[in-house]
Design a protein around this ligand. Structure first.
Ligand code: 5GP
Length: 209
């Protein structure tokens, strides 16, 4: 299954029916990006639409099919990727994740900015299309703090926790490399981080359309 990505690369030729640039929100697991995105969607319901990804990961308590993710199985997602139904896909922590072209198109048709909460492999693939995305990196204050947050969240097994933490250092390096992201937000305090995100989208992303 790990050959999936090299066998079926992202569609570099995907063209959306809309000119609206999507917004990528990227950050290590436990950085708080999901909470920031949820608040932004709540504050700007007419402006942003969340791209609901497909995943082979099992739902966490409270996660709903068709809201947080489309929960699927490996054969089905592989088939979809093979058929070219996905804008990008990645293997993360032993599970497959992917953004379907349909999910992105639906949001574009509504005239909204599509919000993509994706990992580093996905970020690179979307950059390889002509979508010209905006990109924001949500940075945790430290790896120790990230570990604390993930433990407190109680959503991960010990194995999954270790996988996520081992990825985090690499993700922080990618996120803080100059030129990789339009905006870096340090998520030390939620309110401060959210205000920074809001300011960025109002001054840039929403000025765009
Ligand atoms: P989680 O299992 O914590 O929901 O997500 C694990 C990682 O996968 C996070 O970094 C998240 O942003 C990323 N992710 C979620 N959906 C997608 C997707 O459709 N594509 C890619 N490439 N990454 C995704």
């Amino acid at each position: 299954m790990f050959s999936l990505l090299t066998t079926y690369p992202a569609s570099a030729f995907f063209r959306m029916t809309s000119h609206i640039r999507p917004l990528i929100i990227f950050g290590p697991s436990g950085s708080g990006k999901g909470t920031l995105v949820a608040k932004m969607l709540e504050d700007f319901p007419d402006k942003f639409g969340f791209s609901i990804s497909h995943t082979t990961r099992k739902p966490r308590p409270g996660e709903k099919h068709g809201v947080h993710y489309y929960f699927t199985d490996e054969d089905t997602i592989r088939e979809g990727i093979e058929k070219g139904d996905f804008l990008e896909s990645a293997v993360y922590g032993g599970n497959i994740y992917g953004t379907s072209k349909a999910a992105v198109e639906d949001i574009a048709k509504q005239g909204k900015v599509c919000v993509l909460e994706i990992d580093v492999q996905g970020v690179k693939q979307v950059r390889n299309t002509d979508l010209n995305p905006w990109s924001v990196f949500i940075k945790p204050t430290s790896l120790d703090e990230l570990r604390e947050r993930l433990i407190k969240r109680k959503t991960e097994s010990e194995e999954s926790l270790q996988k996520r933490l081992s990825k985090a250092a690499e993700e922080i390096e990618y996120g803080t490399t100059p030129g990789n992201f339009d905006k870096i937000i340090i998520n030390d305090d939620f309110e401060t981080a959210y205000q920074e995100l809001k300011q960025f989208v109002v001054d840039n992303v929403l000025k765009d359309d």
